[in-house]
Design a protein around this ligand. Structure first.
Ligand code: NAD
Length: 495
């Protein structure tokens, strides 16, 4: 049975004797253990990151980029293995896991362009014989705290860019599926990354608090649930850290009466039920506008019934289990609440049984119709395969629903009207917006981030936002002595 330690200075190591179980969510069985790191482990990781920073930050951006290029090559050869590690501990289908590694790899590819991305600005003669330039310099030790649902992709939103910028990076992955992070770090070492530049420390909230309170760590990148994101944001800021904290979501997909209904239904299917709804960009609310509602509900229901719910080892599986027994219970409780609140339960995933996997954490596709904005199942993030259909009279009501919701991660509209689509993309108060695209996840060279309760901090992840987050701006104004006039000046210099 595997025993996952930390990865510090290029070696698997840990002092702590406390371990937590890792489960196979398909079977509901223990498949390993992960260390809950101690203060001693934490001190070692900080020391290693601090030592590595002095050299790595002096390594030229071009040399850093070459290590990252090599890493990209190695990752490409290891996609299958990484996907298998993810599926075993997370439960998602193998193709879905491969897709998520690929999306992470694209950030690595983006980070290879760091010599170009870190180029500064230069102005000649900002005053007579005075030149001025701005450069971006690394922060120092940076840290990332990540959720269970994307054990490769979400860490890869952070560390490739941080490290490309000349920082060192400490990753604290989710304790529910920690093995992938260790593999990602080992492969980076194989690519020639010096020891200590990328360290992984495992554990739960105790290690998170050690990170937040440590004075040598200069920034925190967080992705997870909203209450924890808010806590991380406030506490990190109080310790003077730069912070980006991405939280939960309740993404609405608006279907207009003029939409191509087949496309909308197909889009909703993957976006609502793919990865068992455990995606921050999952569609959990379909807003049916006007006359489209009855057909939409009927078609979603028909298609959702034919989805294959099975473990990742079954190549025909459309959707696997949810992450844990507790999370399954939480989702089932939300379905009970939805019924009590008066929503119409069209499809009930509570009693699904998979032969041979009776103890697995499976929840079947669930569909509610006639959900209203005052219901708890509408307001809360459920993070499972539960789709709510809300009926809106017209476009204006649909937009109001999107904008009044506390979360602002992603949204999408299905329509064949360019004017409506333009109005929607301009006026919705959401960070990532799709038009006839169900999950509008930005590519690596754009940036990922929501609004409202879905992001605390000023910077989104990756793309140029990532480079800005992981660097400090310095502006130099310079004049050579020969041109300096004799005697002091007491007025503001002007041209
Ligand atoms: P979580 O908030 O429970 O955990 C995230 C990380 O925080 C983990 O590493 C965990 O160990 C740590 N943590 C948990 N509780 C803590 C506490 N009290 N104090 C300090 N640290 C703590 O989230 P999760 O269940 O792993 O992931 C699912 C959540 O992540 C969902 O809400 C989902 O929407 C969100 N998510 C958001 C995005 C995004 O981009 N906005 C992406 C992926 C996931």
């Amino acid at each position: 049975m595997k025993k996952i330690k930390n990865y510090i200075n290029g070696t698997a190591t840990s002092f702590s004797k406390n371990y937590l179980n890792i489960d196979d969510p398909s079977k509901g069985e223990k498949i390993g253990e992960v260390v809950l790191s101690s203060k001693e482990d934490f001190n070692k990781v900080v020391e290693s990151s601090q030592t590595a920073f002095s050299k790595w930050s002096q390594t030229t951006p071009l040399k850093r980029s070459r290590v990252i290029s090599k890493y990209k090559e190695i990752l490409e050869k290891n996609i299958e293995e990484l996907a298998k590690i993810i599926s075993e501990e997370h439960g998602k289908t193998i193709d879905d896991a491969k897709g998520s590694v690929t999306r992470g790899l694209e950030v690595v590819e983006f980070a290879t362009g760091i010599p170009q991305l870190m180029k500064g600005e230069f102005s000649q003669n900002v005053g007579t014989d005075i030149d001025s330039w701005s450069v971006r310099q690394p922060l120092g030790i940076t840290a990332g705290i990540t959720p269970f649902n994307f054990p490769a992709m979400v860490p890869m939103w952070m560390y490739p860019i941080s490290i490309a910028c000349g920082n060192t990076f400490i990753l604290k992955p989710s304790e529910k599926d920690p093995s992938c992070s260790i593999k990602l770090a080992e492969l980076f070492s194989e690519a020639g990354l010096p020891d200590g530049v990328f360290n992984v420390i495992n554990g739960d909230k105790d290690v998170v608090n050690m990170i937040l309170e440590n004075k040598l760590i200069s920034s925190v990148s967080f992705v997870g649930s909203t209450p924890v994101a808010k806590y991380i944001y406030e506490k990190s800021a109080s310790y003077g850290k730069r912070v980006q904290a991405l939280g939960g979501a309740k993404n609405h997909l608006v279907v207009m009466p003029d939409a191509n209904l087949n496309q909308a239904v197909d889009g909703i299917m993957g976006a609502a039920y793919g990865s068992a709804g455990e995606r921050c960009m999952a569609v959990s609310v379909a807003v049916a506008v006007g006359s489209v509602a009855d057909d939409l509900v009927e078609q979603i229901s028909n298609k959702a019934q034919s989805l294959k719910v099975a473990p990742w080892t079954d190549s025909a599986s459309d959707m696997g289990p949810v992450i844990s027994k507790e999370h399954k219970e939480k989702i089932l409780n939300y379905i009970d609440i939805g019924e009590k609140e008066g929503a119409k339960l069209v499809l009930d995933g509570r009693n699904i049984k998979i032969q041979g996997y009776e103890n697995g954490y499976f929840v079947g596709p669930t569909l509610f119709d006639n959900v209203t904005s005052d219901m708890k199942i509408y307001k809360d993030e459920i993070f499972g395969p539960v789709l709510s259909v809300v009926r809106a009279k017209n476009y204006e009501d649909a937009l109001k629903l999107v904008n009044d919701h506390a979360f602002g991660n992603g949204t999408s509209i299905y329509t064949s009207d360019g004017e409506i689509s333009r109005h929607f993309t301009t006026n919705c108060k959401i960070g990532m917006v799709g038009v006839n695209v169900p999950i509008p996840v930005p590519m690596a060279f754009h940036s990922f981030g929501g609004w409202k309760n879905s992001l605390f901090g000023d910077h989104a992840m990756h793309g140029t936002e990532g480079v800005r987050f992981f660097t400090k701006l310095k502006t130099v104004t310079s004049r050579w002595p020969k041109s300096i006039k004799e005697g002091p000046e007491f007025t503001m210099p002007i041209n």
